[in-house]
Design a protein around this ligand. Structure first.
Ligand code: GLU
Length: 464
C-alpha cells in the first residue's frame, strides 16, 4: 500500500506555526515512506475563506519546501459528492432527517441540564416517518448507542470513546450544506488518504469520522494526532508568545531550512540531536518518535538553529535571500557572495546579514554620532592623512593585508594602538563602529572606494 497523506488547511487566515508543523509531519511521513503528499483546501466556510488566504498558505508551504504531488483539491467544489454520501447514508438507514426547531432543542437541553445530565441530542427524530414538506430539516447521523469506538492513534496510542457519549451528529445543515466531519470523511476517502496526520485538537472528531467511514463502507485510514504547540508559559501558542505566522519568520530573516529543522524537533526527536538536514529528516522521521505531550516553543533555540544554518550555508545559496532584504542594488559593488562569506559567521538572521552588508553597496550618508564622539580626536586627522597617503602610494599592490599593515605601521610610528586609526577608518567606510575585520572590509570595498569614502568623511567631519 502506498502511503498518501494530506494537509487540509482552512483558508481563513495565515499559515501559522502549528499548521506548518502539522503539514511538515504529514509531508515527512509521506516522503519517508516514498508516498504522496497532497493538499485539500477546506474552503466550505464561504464567508471566511478567501483566495488570498489560500495563496498565503500555498506560498508558506512552498517557502518551507513542502512540495505537494497533485494540484490542491478545493473542498467546496466537492459539495455534490458530499451530498451523495449523505443520501447514501439516508437510504441505508445510517442517517435521518431531523425537524427539531431551535426552541425544541433548547427546551430539550434545559430539561437535560435540570436532570443533571450532559446536554446532547436525544435522537427524538430517529423514528419519525412523516416528511413535512414545508419544514426545514437537518440530516443527522444515526450513531451507535452502545459499545465503544477506538482510535488506534499512531502517536497517542489507543484512545477509547464510549459511543453513548457521542450524539447524533449533523451531516447536512438546514441550508443543505455539508458539515466538516462528513466532508472530511468523504474527501479523505475519495483522495485515497491512507494516513490522516493532524493536530490533536481534532481528536474528538475522529471517533465520529471512524463511524462515518464504517457506515459508508469505506476503509478507515490510520490516524496520527500531533500534540499542540505551547508557548514557554505552557499556554496554547498565540500572538503574545511572538510571531505565529510563517510569513513573519520569513520576513524576520529566518531561513526556511532552519525553521523546518526547528519545527521538526518541536514534538519529534531522534536521540539528543538538534541539527538535521532535510534529507536526514526524511530518512529518520517516523510518527513513533513524536511525543504525546504538547511541545514548547523556544525562541532561543530557533535563533540558535538559524545562526547554525546561516553559518553553514554556501554563500552563493544565500544571495537571493540577502538581496530580498538588502534594498539597494549590488552592481558596481563587491561580489555579494564574498560579502556574505565574511558576514555569515557573525549574523543571526538574514536581516542582520543584509544590514551588515548594505554599506558595501551604499556609502554612508551619516556617521554614528556616538561612535564619532568616541573615536575621533584631534590626533585622528594626521593618522588618517598618513593612511590616505599610503593607500594612494599602493596602487596595484593594494590588498587587505597591505592596508592592514599600513594601519599597523602608522600607529606604531605614532606610538598609539591600532584601534586609534582602525576604528575611525571603519566608521568612515561603514558609517558605524561595527563591520567585518578591517582588512576584509578594505579588501572588499577596494582601494578607490575606500579612498573616496575616507576623503569624503574627513571633509564632513573635520570641519564640523
Ligand atoms: N481544516 C481543518 C483545520 O484547518 C483540518 C481538518 C483535518 O485535518 O481533518 O483545522
Amino acid at each position: 500500500m502506498k502511503v498518501r497523506t494530506r494537509f487540509a488547511p482552512s483558508p481563513t487566515g495565515m499559515l501559522h506555526i502549528g499548521g506548518a508543523r502539522t503539514a511538515l509531519f504529514s509531508w515527512l511521513y509521506a516522503r519517508h515512506h516514498g508516498g504522496e503528499f497532497v493538499l485539500r483546501i477546506e474552503d466550505t466556510d464561504r464567508e471566511r475563506s478567501t483566495e488570498e488566504a489560500t495563496q498565503v498558505i500555498l506560498d508558506g508551504l512552498s517557502w518551507l519546501g513542502l512540495d505537494w504531488d497533485e494540484p490542491p483539491v478545493f473542498q467546496h467544489a466537492r459539495q455534490a459528492e458530499h451530498i451523495l454520501a449523505v443520501e447514501q447514508l439516508l437510504e441505508e438507514g445510517h442517517a435521518y432527517r431531523c425537524y427539531c426547531t431551535r426552541e425544541e432543542l433548547d427546551a430539550m437541553r434545559d430539561e437535560q441540564r435540570a436532570r443533571g445530565e450532559k446536554p446532547k441530542y436525544d435522537g427524538r427524530c430517529r423514528h419519525r416517518s412523516d416528511r413535512p414538506a414545508d419544514m426545514p430539516y437537518v440530516v443527522r447521523f444515526r450513531s451507535p448507542d452502545i459499545g465503544q469506538t477506538v482510535v488506534r492513534d499512531k502517536v497517542l496510542g489507543d484512545v477509547v470513546f464510549d459511543n453513548a457519549e457521542l450524539d447524533d451528529l449533523i451531516l447536512l445543515r438546514s441550508d443543505g450544506t455539508p458539515t466538516y466531519n462528513l466532508a472530511v470523511v468523504a474527501d479523505d476517502a475519495a483522495m485515497g488518504i491512507t494516513h490522516v496526520v493532524r493536530g490533536s485538537d481534532h481528536l474528538n472528531n475522529t471517533p465520529r469520522q471512524i463511524q462515518l467511514y464504517e457506515a459508508l463502507g469505506l476503509p478507515v485510514p490510520s490516524f496520527a494526532h500531533i500534540p499542540l504547540i505551547h508557548g514557554p508559559d505552557g499556554a496554547k501558542m498565540s500572538k503574545r508568545h511572538g510571531a505565529v505566522a510563517v510569513t513573519e519568520y520569513r520576513d524576520k530573516g529566518y531561513l526556511a531550512d532552519a525553521l523546518v529543522n526547528y519545527l521538526a524537533r518541536l514534538g519529534w526527536s531522534h536521540g539528543d540531536e538538534e541539527v538535521f538536514s532535510r534529507e536526514q529528516l526524511i530518512e529518520l522521521f517516523d510518527l513513533a518518535q513524536v511525543g504525546k505531550t504538547a511541545a514548547r516553543f523556544d525562541q532561543q533555540k530557533l535563533d540558535w538553529l538559524n545562526a547554525v544554518y546561516l553559518r553553514q550555508a554556501a554563500p552563493a545559496s544565500l544571495q537571493e535571500d540577502v538581496r530580498r532584504f538588502l534594498g539597494v542594488p549590488t552592481d558596481g559593488g563587491p561580489e555579494l557572495s564574498q560579502v556574505i562569506a565574511v558576514l555569515q559567521e557573525r549574523s543571526k538572521s538574514l536581516v542582520e546579514l543584509a544590514d551588515g552588508a548594505r554599506f558595501f553597496y551604499q556609502a554612508p550618508t551619516h556617521y554614528d554620532e556616538k561612535a564619532v564622539r568616541k573615536h575621533f580626536r584631534d590626533t585622528t586627522w594626521p593618522l588618517l592623512a598618513s593612511f590616505i597617503e599610503r593607500l594612494e602610494a599602493m596602487g596595484a599592490s593594494f590588498s587587505g593585508e597591505a592596508a592592514h599593515a599600513a594601519i599597523r605601521e602608522i600607529c606604531e610610528a605614532a606610538g598609539v594602538g591600532m584601534g586609534k586609526l582602525a576604528q575611525p577608518v571603519r566608521i568612515l567606510l561603514s558609517g558605524g563602529p561595527v563591520s567585518p575585520p578591517i582588512d576584509q572590509t578594505l579588501a572588499l570595498l577596494g582601494r578607490e572606494e575606500a579612498l573616496q569614502r575616507i576623503r569624503r568623511g574627513i571633509e564632513r567631519l573635520h570641519t564640523a
